[in-house]
Design a protein around this ligand. Sequence first.
Ligand code: JD8
Length: 254
Amino acid sequence: MRFDVFTLFPQAVSPYLQTSILERAQQHGLLEVYIHDIRTWTSDRHHVTDDTPYGGGGGMVMKPEPVFAAVEGILGSPPSCPVILLTPQGRVFNQAIATELSAHQHVALLCGRYEGIDERIREHLVTMEISIGDYVLTGGELPALVLIDAVTRLLPGVLGDPTGAVDDSHASGLLEYPHYTRPPEYRGWKVPDVLLSGNHAEIERWRKQQSLLRTYQRRPDLIDKAVLSPEERKVLAILKTEEFNQRRENDDRY
Ligand code: JD8
């Protein structure tokens, strides 16, 4: 899969792509990322990329000419791939959107800065708008990296272990069970006995139960959406009963 990232801060984007899974995916030819500095597509002497907003108000707005020149110069006019703008006004990114995007051969990512981009870019160049969540960032570079990371993990052959992606918390729709590694006891804190038992059926049951319990306690919204097996529904019903009984015991005391 190929990504073209258009940004005024290319130096903010490249380092993360040189780490672990993303770097390996590129080495294996599964992922190609081209980072384009929008400023190099300006045609004025001072390489101006932003200007004051019409109508007044604070801040600066990214000018249309360098952005159109960059995107169309690299991808043609009109581009044949989706052109995604990272913006707080976009669809909120999730695992389903990541899966949807992973089906594409080629995606362009446009990173804004300042107060944002001239609306004509959005209207006539951008084909999709994505936000990575409801909090305020400084620009679209981190969102672009988040998107590339999430999508790349879904590409065939990227994760060494082919079960890795399906085991991920948001892929199964449930949160992950707790993980432990050596030593078996640290500062008096013990690893749960079941994990040292060597009984793989028991371990799997424990992990499934922990996943359900954690999701039920921390993200009940995910439980409502998750597709649960009859066995998982049974475990969940028991967890709810236990919680109910626990609450009654507490209530009886007060
Ligand atoms: C792009 C500029 C700064 C500051 C309005 C737009 C995404 N989930 C997300 N949070 N923030 C962004 C994001 C923020 C951006 C730009 C993405 C370009 N800003 C803000 C407040 C005033 N601008 C984002 N995706």
